[in-house]
Design a protein around this ligand. Sequence first.
Ligand code: FRU
Length: 503
Amino acid sequence: MKHSEQILRATESIRDKRRELEDDEWRLHYHVTAPVFWMNDPNGFSFFQNEYHLFYQHHPYSTEWGDIHWGHVKSRDLVHWEHLPHALAPSEPYDQDGCFSGSAIEKDGKLFLFYTGNRWTGKNQDTDLKQVQCIAVSEDGENFTKIAENPVISQPPEGDIHPNHFRDPKVWKQGEHYYCVLGSQTNHRVGQVLLYRSSDLLTWEFMNVAARGKGNMGYMWECPDFFQLDGQDVLVMSPQGVEPEGEFYHNLHQAVYALGDLNLTKGEFDFDSFHPLDYGFDFYAPQTTLDNKGRRILIAWMAMWESDMPERKDHWAGAMTLPREIYFENNQLKCLPVKELESLRHDYLHFENILVEEKVTLDGLEGDSMEINVVIDAMETTQFGVKVRCNDLFTEQTILTYDGENQLFSMNRDNSGKGPGGIRKAPLSLKNNLLNLKIFIDRSSVEVFLQEGEKVMSARIYPGEDANGVQFFSDRKVKIVKLEKWSLGNRGGGIAGTVLVMH
Ligand code: FRU
């Protein structure tokens, strides 16, 4: 079938099904999700003709991964998103089994999508695959044509480079040239990133293995991204197979950043270590873009491979994180939700100077779709925190705890409702004995920004509809110095930010 026919077929598949989803108990109010069915990685995140475009890996016929298309949403403010028809569907011999992850870049007023064409060559999806790099172009940011020259990179280079795992192009322009990083592994299962260069976006020259894992850095690096931020070179990637180290790296796969120096003559990125971009449960394949305000904005898949996703019963699976601005402050990479999200706020509530001895609930502080900003003075206390999405009997609760003795902040979802449990921890110190939390709760998610963006933890949770309570707790005495809360999203209920435009 022709590409345009494949796109139409996918559109028809989701058109009717989506209407049923809006009132589902776990449907998110202000996060991007697919209209229906499976989604994974964000792709092609870009700012084109004054709008943000975000694409994503989508199966238009199932809540399981497979038959990967590029779904598409766009927005003027990163808050209200409009669904558009699929941008890419498998249709050619080189991408017949999937249009895998990639990026977007503007050139001559057109939007170029770079993606990996995937083909299975046998039954084993780990070994029997052929991956090539391809381009599709659009003038209007909505209809994309695959170019005749595809694939533009038809095989991996020679050297200690795995012949099959070769994917996820991220393209950027620097000086006179375009550059592209690609996810790869060596022939002996060490993750690495390949660097290419081009002067016209169509012909690509392999430069070097820009970075390779050393020690416990995983067997495959997926979805690399490279950018300069406040004068520093930053490599972002999603390593598979990093082993847990003490309290950290307990997710199946990781998403990390490394600071270093990219030498564009040698094609080498010099770095020592990497660090998680998020310390929670559900965060993978982040991608960034630079917008017209000069902000570097990051968005990730808020899910994890092989995780149970209870929303499947309602015909959808997976979501995006909130768009987050990343920046450096005092040599630290920080990350906060974009300011525009404040436009969703309503029903303001605030409290000051409240002592918490053992436990405290606050009048009116509850909900399944809200933002809570709170500053807590730890006083003499070592263990304290807040429980969210609690039911009356506290048989359901998601527990956020600060442990002063070990300087760790934790998120415990063992009793969050349906779905997987577990505990995740982030290293954290108090500032002037204060803990600052910015908590975003959407119907089946929680994202906690710690100490004004120093760390962040994200998770999907699946509580019952009556689990809307919030309770502060402390092993001795702490003081809530200030608390502000807003409900977020549509006053009348329903999905706040998304409008579906289908043609
Ligand atoms: C990362 C990933 C990418 C690949 C895509 C396939 O989550 O495995 O490496 O391109 O998903 O959907």
